[in-house]
Ligand binder design. Structure first.
Ligand code: GLV
Ligand code: MN
Ligand code: MN
Length: 406
């Protein structure tokens, strides 16, 4: 008979085949593939004996009933959206491992004193709206105001997308009040090389870096590429290029700050027109909020003076600002006790990547398990975690759940 781990490995492949693009993996908020993925995960949760629900935004939940339905539940989750040309483990592994852990408890006839809720969030990457954590914000009651008003590249807001493209059949709101949960635990690939270099399969996470996401607009004047002398141009794209290089320099001068410009749109976007508008995104992260805020101030000043020197209009909007989040000391020490039974050393790593645990920390204590991934590669189609390491991750999750037995 197939074990929960074998099923998990097959499910990673199955989910990795659900994409909005025929040639690479991509699933963004409320896309067709994202909705198919949500249905597939719901099917697995049902097979695992959980009571399932789906929210209009595509976030899914399976509940494994415990002894006392009134006791605060323990939540386990991750996200089912992906970046563009993604690997199949980022997010998916956390949901699929959680289902495998629940199946293991069921197979062993173990009933915990409280319910376990497995959550698959519809958006963590923030690709469509450049605003992350829409799924976890929705369950934490934080999908309101600015978050609902964020627009995608077609001018559609989050609120409109949920209204017109959201899942309709059998939807129920999935919502938690702060303080109503026992805790939240998330298993995720490390997305870095520390575990691999230390020859370790797993570790706990000490905390998650804060991050800011910006949209910068530079506007000059469209002109004829053949007739406009260089000195008379107000080229928005060369201004953008200067800003991007200045941002790179600022990051290099302020380690461990990291700054990424991952997207540029140019208008009118013709090879024979001087660019009138350059819009680019900035993703800025630092483990210390005060340092991140200080660099944000410097970056704003630098961009503004580059724009002024080039006669460009400058606008910047903050699409997202998340403070750094420490993992909970008590849950993490419980997790480390479990990890020490599997590995020689229980270590804690800081996460530069964002995780749904950031938003879930507004509801209760959070902890995270990292699983080694090959070459530390992530946000890349060659992302890979070995079956042995995945099995260890599932064992750790099961051990963590069992540690709450009477
Ligand atoms: C998510 O993977 C992020 O850290 O951007
Ligand atoms: Mn990711
Ligand atoms: Mn992720």
């Amino acid at each position: 008979m197939e074990t929960p781990t074998q099923r998990a490995l097959e499910r990673i492949e199955a989910l990795g085949r659900i994409s909005d693009h025929p040639d690479h993996l991509v699933r963004t908020f409320l896309s067709d593939a994202s909705k198919s993925a949500a249905r597939m995960i719901l099917g697995w949760m049902t097979e695992a004996g959980m009571v399932t629900q789906v929210a209009a935004d595509g976030t899914v939940r399976g509940i494994l009933p415990g002894e006392d339905p009134q006791a605060p539940p323990l939540l386990i989750g991750s996200h089912h959206d992906t970046v563009i040309d993604a690997g199949k483990y980022d997010g998916a592994l956390g949901i699929i491992s959680a289902i495998a852990a629940v199946e293991t408890l069921r197979d062993e006839g173990i009933r915990l004193p409280f319910d376990v809720h497995v959550l698959g969030f519809s958006d963590e990457e923030g690709i469509r709206f450049h605003s992350t954590y829409l799924g976890s914000k929705s369950v934490a009651g934080l999908l309101d105001g600015d978050a609902l008003a964020a627009v995608d590249s077609h001018g559609v807001t989050v609120a409109e997308a949920i209204e017109s493209e959201g899942i309709r059949d059998g939807v129920t709101p999935i919502l938690y009040q702060p303080g109503s949960i026992r805790g939240y635990i998330e298993l995720h690939i490390e997305q870095g090389r520390v575990l691999e270099s230390g020859n370790l399969a797993l570790c706990a996470v000490s905390g998650i870096s804060g991050q800011s996401r910006l949209v910068v607009d530079l506007t000059g004047r469209a002109d004829h590429a053949g007739t406009t002398p260089m000195a008379l141009r107000r080229d928005a794209l060369t201004g953008g290029a200067e800003c991007i290089l200045a941002a790179e320099k600022l990051a290099a001068e302020n380690p461990p700050l990291v700054i990424t410009v991952g997207r540029i749109e140019v208008h009118p976007g013709a090879s024979n027109s001087v660019p009138q508008n350059a819009r680019f995104t900035v993703d800025l992260r630092h483990p210390e909020d005060s340092s991140r805020n200080q660099v944000m101030g410097k970056l704003h000043e630098t961009f503004q003076s580059i724009a002024e020197a080039r006669g460009l209009d400058f606008n910047w909007s903050v699409a997202q600002d998340s403070d750094a989040v420490p993992c909970d000391a008590v849950l993490t020490s419980r997790l480390l006790d479990v990890l020490k039974t599997q590995t020689d050393t229980g270590i804690c790593l800081a996460s530069g990547a964002g995780h749904d645990a950031v938003v879930m920390s507004t509801l209760g204590p959070v902890a995270m398990i990292f699983v080694r991934c090959r070459d530390g590669l992530s946000h890349h189609p060659d992302e890979y975690a070995s079956p042995e390491d995945i099995a260890s991750g599932i064992t750790a999750l099961v051990g963590f759940l069992k540690s709450f037995q009477y």
